[in-house]
Each structure stands twice: as C-alpha cells, then as structure tokens.
Design a protein around this ligand. Structure first.
Ligand SMILES: Cc1ncc(COP(=O)(O)O)c(C=O)c1O
Length: 447
C-alpha cells in the first residue's frame, strides 16, 4: 500500500482549505463555477488568497504558502514589491482614467523596444489574449491571407481564432503526422477551427510538410518557445531556427507569443535563442501585476496600424496605471535579477533531477532553465516531454496531481497541473525547503 493516495491527499486538502471550499460554494450561487477564472481550480476547488507578501501568499484559511504559482507567472517580483506598488499609488491622485493618451505609454514602449530584439514598434492592450488577436489581424492584413498555424498544446488566450487545440482530447486529435484542429471550448465557430492549421512541436518533418501545403493561405504561425497553459514543452533551438527560415521563405508572419517566456532573460527567450520573429506578443510581467498585453514587431509589419489599414482600439488599452506599474516592474528586472531567478531554477532542475536519476525514480522537473518550470511523474524513468502528446503517453497524471495536492498540503502553492514559477524575493532557504519537500513527497509516493 503506497503511503500516499489521491484519496488521502484530497482529504487533507479539503480539511486544510475548508474556508476556500465554503467560498467556492457561496460563489457558485452568484458566479458560474464559483469564480470567473476556470484555471484557478486546484482539483476540488480553488484556494482563495487573503494577501501576499514577498514570496508568500496568505490564504483565507490562514495558511502561509510559498507561492510557486505567482499568478500563473505574473508576479516575478513576488507580492507587493514597494518599487512597483508605489508607482501607480503615486499616480492615482492625478486621475486614473482619461480619453487622452498618457506619457507613460512611450516610457514602457521604449523599455520593451530596447530589450526585445524583434520589437521596433509596440501597441498595448489589456491582456495577452487581446494582443494575440491583434497579432493575427496584423498578420492577415499584412499578407492578405486568412489561415493561422499554431502548435498543438500551445495556448494563446481564449479568443475564437486561437482557443483551439491547446487541450485536445486524444481520441479527437488525429494522427501524429496530421493532427486535427479541435476547439477547446463550445461556442468556437467551425470557421475558426477550419482556418486553424495544427502542427506538432519539435517535429520538423511534419511541420515543413504542413506549412508548405498550406503556404498560399497562411497568414501567420504563432508559437510559444516554451509552452505553458497547454502543458510545458520547450521547442528546441534548432527547430525554432528551422521554423524561422521556413516561414521567411514562405512569406508567413512568424509570431512568438512570449507572454510567459519574457521571464527567461533580459531580452526574452528570443534573446536566449538568437532567433527574431516578425511579431512578438507580451503580457504577464509587463504590467507589473496590473492587466496589460502588448504586440510588437518589425516596423514594416506593424506599419498596417500606422497607415490605418488595421484598426484596433479598446477603451482601456494602454491604461495609465498598468503602464506605470509595468515600467517599474521591468526596470526592477535588471540583468542581475534574471541571473538570480535563473540560478534558482538551475538549482531546482539539477538537484531534483540528479536525485531522481540516482534513485531510479520516474519523477522529473523540466524546462529551459528559466524561472518557469514543470514537474511530472513519468510512466517510467527516463521518459521525456517533447511534444504535447507526450503528456498523454509519458506523464502519470494521477501521480502528478497527488504531488500538486501534497505541495499545497505542505506549505507550497504551485499551478495544480504541475507548473511552477519563481519570484525574486525567494531565498536560498525557500528553494532548499521546496527541494526537500518535493523529495519527501516523491519518496512517500514510491514507498
Ligand atoms: C502564452 C500565453 N499567451 C496568451 C495568454 C493569454 O493571456 P491573458 O490571460 O492575459 O489574456 C496566456 C495566458 O496564460 C499565455 O500563457
């Protein structure tokens, strides 16, 4: 009999987070599901936050947890960083909402243009979902083509054209060589599904065949260099180089969705890879904790916004407070900050994987070595996750879920599906206690 079981872990979780369960039940009388963001769910229900301070989140149940979720990678500086929160606070007395542009916009634009290699011009929205939609519209207008390509398992927000094939049920997904586009939600029109060309991560043969076959209709290919919400998969550098060369040859606009991977370094993950797309979508950290999305890219492609061929405008686009908080956050994220975050990530990856290998365990932590990683319990030692389908084939979802619940039960708050992101205030001791606890859980799982 293993020491840990899903039933026992759920029992501890529901007892420990009973107030959160009560808030979920009460919320369900008012809000479908109990809260507006489905991705909160941690198995039986979400864990409600009362406050946050540095690397820790305090739950309504009175537990202080090391926050490894960090609002799904947003809080790179942790909770309540004074340099960020003071910036919008100081700006509020002079008014928060105007029908005029604010000077804060060019300030953040300048920072992003200086840092992110592909970005010569940038346009802000309220979320990365919106900026992904904008990127597609820009690409369609620029090329005069309609179809959009993406990778199975990539997530680019919940808009109709893109909320497709991020979490495909295996039985509907088609073959490895010819994956099928499948809507991730009811209500997505069939036209959007038909316009979507699905590709397999890290498979150059099928990617090239499918892109060539559809090239005269394809406006763009949108990808995450390291995917997140659909399951963490890192695209190989050589694969991305091949995709860059091919899209250039075929006249397909290449869009990197760096909503999460901007965390990888001062120049984003595209800077690490040394590959420059035509457009880049940004989000999460660029708003410093307030809602903000952006699309940026080559002036020659972004020009359709300048000429008026493409119009995009939202009431709150480029909201002053988000821009001010975002600029403060990005300034705090200097090269040393990225070095510290990446050193902590490297330590987690090497210590846990070396330990796991030595004991012949199937447990694995994976990622590109920046502060957004995943853990999983594989079906056998040595198995890897190199495509979205490897989640169906190689990952033991039930054991991974036990690990997530046990982390929460023991004082840590990851993303329930097995992801974690770090924050700058985390100390060496925080990282040690996470590593020790993870080992403890895996040992109990294997006993
Ligand atoms: C890579 C990626 N693109 C787009 C989005 C959508 O961003 P938002 O939820 O801010 O609209 C997300 C959100 O998790 C994301 O991870």
């Amino acid at each position: 009999m293993p020491k840990l079981s899903i039933e026992a872990s759920l029992d501890t979780f529901t007892a420990k987070f009973a107030k959160s369960a009560a808030f979920t039940r009460a919320g369900k009388q008012l809000i479908p599901g109990g809260y507006s963001r489905n991705s909160f769910n941690f198995g039986p229900h979400a864990v409600f936050a009362a406050s946050g301070d540095g690397a820790y989140v305090e739950t309504v149940d009175g537990h202080r947890l090391l926050d490894l979720n960090n609002n799904f990678t947003v809080n790179v500086l942790g909770h309540n960083p004074a340099s960020v929160t003071s910036a919008p606070q100081n700006a509020i007395p002079s008014g928060i909402s105007f029908g005029n542009p604010s000077t804060a916009e060019a300030d953040l634009a300048q920072i992003l243009i200086e840092r992110i290699p592909s970005v010569e011009r940038v346009q802000f929205s309220c979320s990365a979902t919106e900026s992904c939609m904008s990127a597609i519209r820009i690409a369609r207008a620029h090329t005069g083509r309609t179809k959009v390509a993406k990778f199975e398992g990539g997530y680019h927000g919940f808009s109709d054209p893109l909320h497709i094939s991020s979490h495909t049920p295996p039985e509907q997904a088609g073959t490895d060589e010819a994956p099928r586009a499948v809507a991730d939600s009811g209500g997505v029109p069939a036209d959007d599904v038909n316009n979507l060309v699905v590709l397999t991560q890290n498979d150059m043969t099928s990617t090239e065949r499918i892109l060539r076959a559809n090239s005269s209709d394809l406006a763009c290919l949108i990808l995450e260099l390291q995917s997140g919400a659909g399951g963490l998969v890192t695209l190989d550098q050589e694969f991305v180089q091949g995709v860059r060369a091919l899209t250039k040859e075929l006249g397909i606009v290449l869009i990197f969705d760096e909503t999460i991977s901007l965390r990888a370094g001062y120049h984003g993950l595209q800077g690490v890879y040394g590959v420059t797309p035509d457009l880049t979508v940004m989000g999460k950290i660029i708003g410093g904790g307030l809602p903000l999305g952006a699309v940026g890219g080559a002036a020659a492609v972004m020009n359709v916004l300048e000429t008026g061929k493409v119009t995009i405008s939202g009431t709150h686009h480029g909201h002053k407070l988000s821009l001010i908080a975002g600029a403060a956050c990005m300034r705090a994220l200097d090269r040393e900050a990225f070095d510290k975050l990446n050193a902590h990530s490297a330590r987690i990856l090497s210590e846990l994987n070396e330990w796991s290998l030595a004991r012949g365990s199937s447990f694995k932590v994976y990622g590109k070595g920046f502060s957004h990683m995943a853990y999983g319990y594989m079906n056998a030692p040595g198995l890897e996750v190199r495509t979205h389908r490897d989640y169906w084939r190689n990952v033991d979802g039930a054991k991974t879920q036990i690990i997530s619940l046990e982390l929460a039960n023991r004082g840590f708050f990851p993303v329930h599906r097995g992801e974690l992101s770090l924050s700058l205030p985390m100390t060496d001791d925080d990282i040690s206690s996470f590593i020790d606890t993870m080992k403890e859980i895996v040992v109990e799982l294997e006993e």
